[in-house]
Design a protein around this ligand. Structure first.
Ligand code: PLP
Length: 470
């Protein structure tokens, strides 16, 4: 018997017929006929292209394909995941998780009008940064503060406001690339400044800066080496000495701290990172740092320092283009208020809570989870509890790591198939309803449990792990 002829474009249903299919009526009701028609048109066009390319198409499955297409379009694209990568402040995974206080503050102002730029007592126009400026000054000892969209914006705005068409002196050891296309020489050019490179990659001295200032620099910028460390035969000029040089030349010293902590991390048993307060105390006129790195808040860029300079920055029309919205301001305000009590900060601020979690606590969690996972993966992968090292991430303390514990999954596959088996295993965890993101290292798939706080939520979805293709 001859095979039935494969379908041709002429066999495809019309878009109208497809939209009339009973299976699509619930979609028409929920989302409206025009939207379903558009989705049907896309599926029919896709089918036609495939038929013309000589591929087979099940013409009777098109209605269900339209339904699946609509469901995919309607599902949110930005979703929560489990960050088990071992990097606490993971830029690609949205950096700092927010405390409940911040979420409540955001929700309160999201659905109602708010006094964003309105002084309630005076009944007149106010200033949006006033909602956080007082707290930023209180916590850093600064005279004034200003906030923008992120720290890259803070650096750009600072440079453009204070050194447009002027020379800016930076040590060659600090001409950083932070990642995500933040390269200091490029930012400098876009800000309209002329970069003056000072010293050498490994050693820069005060006299190098003194020589650069004689050529007429308008600003000194010191950049914290967030994501690397220069080791060996090195010398850098500290903020205190730079401030002296800058002030004698009648110019300002700005320090981009990147992460910049508001508290001394040593007090929580963490490696030290320069605090904003001590950098100002050392003589910096302005300090810039991120809201969503060690501070543990929402994405924001913060500039603190001398009020006369902050005023000049605030007057720059670019400030309007880089300003924060009411929701971010609400979250930032709530997070800053948590810093009032440093004693309780390590419990209440998720970033600090995760960074200070003890290895023992994480290991106990791993031991509790291991049996369920081992059973789930029996015959597919061996599951062990392993020691590992977490990273702080986002360029904070690049060299320091924190001892942690992981579930280490080793596929049973033969050695030469190990690589693809590991990739499939990682993909199966990413396909869970709340995707689980781990990391592959030395032939094992590691789930570093430092950032797993929702143990029940993690357990509850494990049964849905699709092991068919493993
Ligand atoms: C992270 C970082 C930046 C960029 O900050 P974002 O908030 O990501 O824009 C700039 N400078 C330094 C030194 C950094 O570490």
């Amino acid at each position: 018997m001859a095979d039935r002829a494969p379908p041709s474009p002429a066999d495809l249903p019309s878009v109208e017929q497809l939209v009339g299919d009973t299976a699509l009526q619930p979609f028409c009701e929920a989302y409206g006929q025009p939207f379903v028609t558009q989705a049907a048109r896309e599926i029919v066009a896709r089918a036609r292209t495939r038929l013309l390319a000589g591929e087979n198409v099940q013409t009777n499955a098109l209605a269900s394909q339209v339904g699946a297409h609509i469901e995919a379009l309607m599902a949110p694209s930005l979703v929560p995941v489990f960050n088990l990568t071992g990097t606490v402040l993971h830029t690609n995974l949205g950096r700092a998780p927010l405390p409940a206080e911040a979420v409540a503050a955001m929700a309160a102002v999201a659905t109602a009008p708010a006094n964003l730029e309105y002084d309630i007592a005076a009944g007149q126009r106010g200033e949006r940064d006033d909602h956080v400026e007082g707290w930023l000054c209180r916590l850093t000892g600064a005279e004034a503060a200003l906030v923008v969209n992120n720290n890259a914006a803070a650096v750009l705005l600072l440079l453009n406001s204070l050194a447009l068409r002027k020379k800016v002196a930076v040590s060659r050891g600090e001409l950083v690339e932070i990642g995500g296309a933040f390269r200091l020489p490029d930012i400098m050019a876009r800000a309209g400044c002329k970069l003056v490179e000072v010293g050498t990659t490994n050693r820069t001295h005060g006299c190098d800066f003194a020589a650069a200032l004689e050529q007429g620099a308008g600003l000194i910028l010191k950049v914290h080496p967030s994501n690397y460390e220069v080791q060996g035969f090195t010398a850098e000029v500290q903020a205190g000495e730079l401030a002296g040089l800058a002030h004698r030349a009648g110019i300002a010293l700005a320090v981009d701290l990147g992460s910049g902590s508001l508290v001394d991390l040593n007090r929580y048993g963490l490696p030290p990172e320069p605090t904003v307060a001590e950098t100002l105390k050392a003589g910096a006129d302005l300090v810039t740092f991120s809201g969503d790195k060690l501070l543990g808040g929402p994405q924001a860029g913060i500039i603190v320092g001398k009020s006369e300079l902050i005023k000049r920055i605030r007057r720059n029309p670019m400030k309007r283009a880089l300003r924060l919205d009411k929701i971010t301001l609400a979250a930032l305000g709530a997070v800053l208020r948590l810093y009032a009590n440093p004693e309780r900060l390590a419990q209440r601020l998720p970033t600090l809570r995760l960074l200070t979690r003890s290895e023992n606590e994480i290991r106990a969690l791993a031991e509790r989870l291991r049996p369920q996972l081992a059973q789930q993966l029996s015959g597919i992968a061996d599951v062990e509890v392993a020691s590992c090292m977490s990273q702080i991430g986002s360029g904070a303390l690049p060299i320091e790591t924190l001892p942690s514990a992981a579930l280490a999954l080793t596929p049973r596959a033969a050695k030469r198939q190990r690589g693809s088996a590991l990739k499939s295993l990682a993909a199966a965890f990413r396909a869970l309803p709340q995707p689980v993101i781990g990391r592959i290292s030395d032939g094992v798939f590691l789930l570093d449990l430092r950032c797993l706080e929702d143990e029940d939520g993690f357990r509850a979805q494990l049964g849905q792990l699709n092991t068919d293709s493993l």
